[in-house]
Design a protein around this ligand. Structure first.
Ligand code: AMP
Length: 192
C-alpha cells in the first residue's frame, strides 16, 4: 500500500508516518528529512537547499523529484511507501504519478490531515520551545517568520493538490486536531 500524507507544516504528518512504519512495516519517505540530511553533507546541493529551507520556501521540483526517484528505484521489501511532505506542488504530483506508473506501482490513498492555522503555529513554536528546553537542536525554519512563509507556500503551492487528488478519486480526510492516537485510529480505519 502506497499513501500520501497531505497537510500543512505542523499537521502531524511525520508523527503519523512513524506510527504507520511501526504498525505496517511501511517506509517513510520524507523529503524534508532527506533535504535536512543533504544540507549537512557539505555538497553543492546541500548548500543551495539550506538557504531556501531556512527561509521557509520550497526547493525546486527537480531536486525533490530526484530524491524520491532514487528511493523508489532502490526498491526493497516492505509494506509500501508513505510520502510525507511530498508532493508539494502540482508538478511534483504529476511527476510522482509518472514515476509510479513507470515502476509498476500505484497510489492507494491520499490522506489530508485537516487542522487550523492557530494550532499549527502553536505546535511548531511549541516544538522549537521543547527542543530548546531539552538542549536539542532547533530547526532553523521553526521560527515565526519562516513559519509564515511555509504556511503561505502551503496554501499557494500545496493546497491545490487537495482538488487534484479529489478529482482523481484518491482523497480521504482525517481530523488532525485530535490526540495522536485518535488521529492514528482514524487513519487505520481509512486504510483498513
Ligand atoms: P518539512 O520537514 O516537510 O516541513 O520540510 C522542510 C522544508 O524542506 C520545507 O519548508 C521546504 O523548504 C523543503 N521541502 C521539503 N519537502 C519539499 C518538497 N516536496 N518540495 C519542495 N521543498 C520541500
Amino acid at each position: 500500500m502506497n499513501i500520501i500524507l497531505l497537510g500543512p507544516p505542523g499537521a502531524g504528518k511525520g508523527t503519523q508516518a512513524q506510527i504507520l512504519v511501526d504498525q505496517r512495516q511501511m517506509v517513510q519517505l520524507s523529503t524534508g528529512d532527506m533535504l535536512r540530511e543533504a544540507r549537512t553533507s557539505g555538497t553543492e546541493m546541500g548548500k543551495i537547499v539550506a538557504d531556501v529551507m531556512d527561509r521557509g520556501d520550497l526547493v525546486t521540483d527537480e531536486i525533490v523529484i530526484g530524491l524520491i526517484r532514487e528511493k523508489l528505484e532502490a526498491g526493497g521489501d516492505h509494506g509500501g511507501y508513505i510520502f510525507d511532505g511530498f508532493p508539494r506542488t502540482l508538478a511534483q504530483a504529476d511527476a510522482l504519478g509518472a514515476l509510479l506508473d513507470e515502476l509498476g506501482m500505484k497510489l492507494d490513498a491520499v490522506i489530508e490531515m485537516q487542522v487550523d492555522d492557530e494550532v499549527l503555529v502553536q505546535r511548531i513554536l511549541g516544538r522549537a520551545e521543547e527542543a530548546r528546553a531539552a538542549g536539542k537542536p532547533v530547526r532553523a525554519d521553526d521560527n515565526e517568520e519562516s513559519l509564515r512563509i511555509r504556511l503561505m507556500a502551503y496554501y499557494k503551492q500545496t493546497a491545490p493538490l487537495i482538488g487534484y487528488y479529489h478529482a482523481k478519486g484518491d482523497l480521504r480526510a482525517v481530523n488532525g486536531l485530535g490526540a495522536i492516537d485518535e488521529v492514528a485510529g482514524e487513519i487505520k480505519a481509512l486504510l483498513g
